[in-house]
Design a protein around this ligand. Structure first.
Ligand code: GLN
Length: 313
């Protein structure tokens, strides 16, 4: 799997796009149909290198929901606010092997949620984000996204309202977490903030820039702005590597081999440390909530560009 010269990457991405365009299996996550008027067959691929080179094909500028990919970044903010040792007392770093919104192991794992990449852990990390009011805490998350992306992004209000209406499972998680002393403060404020961070609209190219920022030790390669303290990048990449793809995480590492995170909005973000950020947007999901085309595209990219972290050559 030889590496492609830069000038061939555009044509390779165009081929990849054509190859997987006919793949139309899976269903779209819709809290309520038609809120975003999202094309279920929309499809985009973006790569952004740590030198700031951008390669995009397809619907790379179509806005969609960041959803669970937010979990990576809010974990980073919680680490910056409290430090690694304290955050570890509230959220473990073990893959759960369960679906993203599972509640089942909350009682078994020393009462700590398994990891910050699934709902239980993410609700706990979101509750750690500091700020003098709910608005300030949301503003800090949005400001963080802006540093990673290079421009402002916004919460989609109808999506947020819809997610709040359907939020019973997350409420159950929050009550259990509080029962185990893993969550304090106002539950509604924490759940609102969690759903706000999930309901932000981003594009495939934005996501690839975010990935490139993590690949570049936390410095956005387009703006040169630091998005996260460099010491915590390894924390984020580690949990992405072991836990980022829900209950597909083990097979992902085996087959694709770079840290990644998916969201039910149809996005997957990947990070090849020191090299590039990768993003795929395609809303049709498999039974685990991972983008069907996203998985296939990342497998192919990993093989063709030699991106598996343990590749022998
Ligand atoms: N908003 C979704 C939830 O909390 C987030 C999900 C995701 O991308 N897995 O249920």
């Amino acid at each position: 799997s030889a590496q492609l010269p830069a000038r061939q990457i555009d044509s390779y991405l165009a081929d990849l796009y054509q190859q997987y365009l006919p793949l139309r299996t899976g269903s779209v996550y819709v809290s309520e149909p038609d809120l975003l008027q999202l094309d279920p067959d929309g499809f985009g691929i973006s790569l952004v290198t740590v030198e700031g080179q951008i390669y995009s094909v397809g619907d790379s500028q179509v806005p969609f929901l960041i959803q669970s990919i937010s979990k990576v970044f809010s974990y980073g903010l919680a680490l910056e606010d409290h430090g690694r040792d304290y955050v570890l007392t509230k959220v473990d770093v073990e893959p759960s092997g369960d679906t993203y919104n599972s509640i089942i192991k909350l009682e078994a794992n020393s009462k700590r949620p398994y990891n910050p990449m699934v709902n239980t852990g993410a609700i706990a990390t979101t509750s750690l984000i500091q700020g003098t009011s709910p608005a300030v805490r949301l503003q800090r998350i949005l400001a963080m996204y802006r540093r990673y992306i290079g421009h402002r992004v916004f919460v989609d209000t109808p999506t947020l309202v819809s997610e709040q209406v359907m939020g019973d499972r997350n409420w159950a998680i929050a009550y259990l977490l509080r029962h185990f002393d893993m969550l304090s403060g106002d539950l509604k404020q924490t759940l609102d903030l969690y759903l706000q961070q999930c309901s932000v609209l981003i594009t495939c190219q934005d996501l690839a820039v975010m990935g490139a920022t993590l690949a570049n030790q936390g410095i956005n390669p387009l703006t040169s702005e630091r998005a996260i303290q460099s010491g915590y990048v390894q924390d984020l990449l580690s949990v992405m590597n072991t836990c980022g793809m829900y209950d597909y995480a083990g097979e992902w590492v085996y087959q694709v081999g770079f840290p990644a995170k998916s969201g039910v909005g149809g996005g997957i973000i990947g990070v090849v440390p020191g090299r590039m950020g990768i993003a795929v947007f395609s809303p049709r999901l498999d039974s685990r909530g991972n983008s069907v085309r996203g998985i296939q595209v990342c497998k192919a990219l990993s093989q063709r560009l030699g991106l598996h972290l343990f590749a022998s050559g």
